[in-house]
Write a protein that binds this ligand. Structure first.
Ligand code: SF4
Length: 152
């Protein structure tokens, strides 16, 4: 089974109530070949919610207690991000996911790039919290572009 970010399948679960539709991914979900997850909703957030970024490192650093996830207005939401990551890992394991496709740039789902914690739209190389936890547990994570490449 393939597990995909809910927003890539067109579900309006992003912080601002929008989606990040990828038609290839939506089709897989419609054909029951992929299952959606949203780590932030699994962590207890609702939509809409404040944007959040990782400050002081990336998802691996958050898992190790060396960085935190903070909302734009300053609330520390690190624990909720870690909770969502563990829930996503559990779901991926239950589904025996062969591949997990997560939305790039997100503080949860980014798997090569994330925002740098300044809320200025600047990106740095790094993983979101969920991607880091999945990778640390031996699960392959691809972003939407990498995945679509594998389908060609
Ligand atoms: Fe999409 Fe992941 Fe953000 Fe949920 S947490 S809206 S699945 S990028």
């Amino acid at each position: 089974m393939i597990v995909v970010s809910s927003c890539l399948a067109g579900l309006e679960v992003r912080y601002n109530g929008t989606h990040s539709l990828d038609e290839t991914i939506r089709q897989l979900v419609n054909e029951n070949k992929a299952v959606t997850i949203c780590p932030e909703l699994l962590g207890g957030f609702t939509t809409p919610r404040e944007p959040a970024e990782i400050i002081g490192g990336d998802g691996y650093d958050v898992l190790d207690g060396n960085a935190k996830v903070v909302e734009k207005s300053g609330r520390d939401v690190t624990e909720l991000y870690i909770k969502g990551a563990h829930a996503a890992l559990e779901k991926a394991r239950k589904l025996q996911a062969s591949t997990v496709v997560l939305k790039e740039n997100s503080p949860s789902c980014g798997s090569t790039m994330i925002y740098n914690g300044e809320f200025k739209g600047k990106k740095i190389v790094g993983n979101g919290v969920t991607s880091a936890l999945l990778k640390r547990n031996g699960i392959q994570v691809l972003n939407e572009e990498q995945f679509v490449e594998t389908m060609k």
